[in-house]
Design a protein around this ligand. Sequence first.
Ligand code: DGY
Length: 337
Amino acid sequence: MPDRPRVWVSQPLFADIVGRLDEYFDVVSTTTVSQHAPEAVAAALREADGALVTLNDAVGAAQIAGASRLRAVANVGVGYNNLDLAALSAAGILASNTPDVLTETTADFGFALMMATARRITEAERWLRDGHWRQWSFESLLGSDIHGATLGILGMGRIGRGIARRAGGFGMRVLYHNRSRLPDEVEREHGARYVGFEALFEQADHLILVLPYAPENYHLVDARALARLRPHATLTNIARGGLIDEDALADALAGGRLAAAGLDVFEGEPAVNPRLLALPNVVLTPHIASGSLATRRAMVALAVANLIAALDRGPDAGRPPSPLNADAVARARKPGA
Ligand code: DGY
């Protein structure tokens, strides 16, 4: 009997769901949460036909160079900036991600983080826990309103639209900027108006970043962009840390040129810029926007389904539900291509 395909699972990911792989594959699991060194990822992939990875695991040309058996990489996450899609496509390796299943949960969290930032919730809690609350005071810890304010959404994909829908319930005026403008009916449905990048920064009371990260977006929100925000504005980021120049952000926050920031993602995560840690007007969370139990389980289930199908097993053999580079892989795999 021929060898069963081998699969590497890079992190602990709900054993009962990952266990579905056992029916088809020999599975090498990782039992503790790991920040694998690039060489360790390469070594694991060298022995694998498929892999289930997360944003902790960068898979680029160097990691797949010796991976002659590798045919599929399933990312447990909608963002896939940890994957070098061009390198994977050229090598005929099918990549997939987990869209849709996390949209509403992530939009919930983005809204919550924006509200916590505007209303200074974590700062107030720290103040209370530190024993500063001696008497109720009319003028302490005043925040800014969400209802009736102008929301700026940078990136109007699925999650951006989810946030726009929530904003409607709060009577917000919704502006957005996107690579391409949405059709009129989608704008109408979400009560959202397209504006230019600069206008978005200039007009938003609360700006939220929900766009995918790509190298050309590195430090898109730099000192110049931040200078366009009004001093009472807040900035929330649930996309990727590399979008913001964190030192420029710390300057703006410390200098009173921006009221507050809510950050779920960081450029060097899990390390956080110490200047941000020291500022009271920043709400910091450890990349948990998609982190409800049900959604994290749904993400793993989708990634597992992607991997099984991409390795030509199971009821959807050859047809993974959410591939990223199916056409490019088909071309690369075609004999003589
Ligand atoms: C994603 O899905 O891209 C999140 O950032 C990780 O859960």
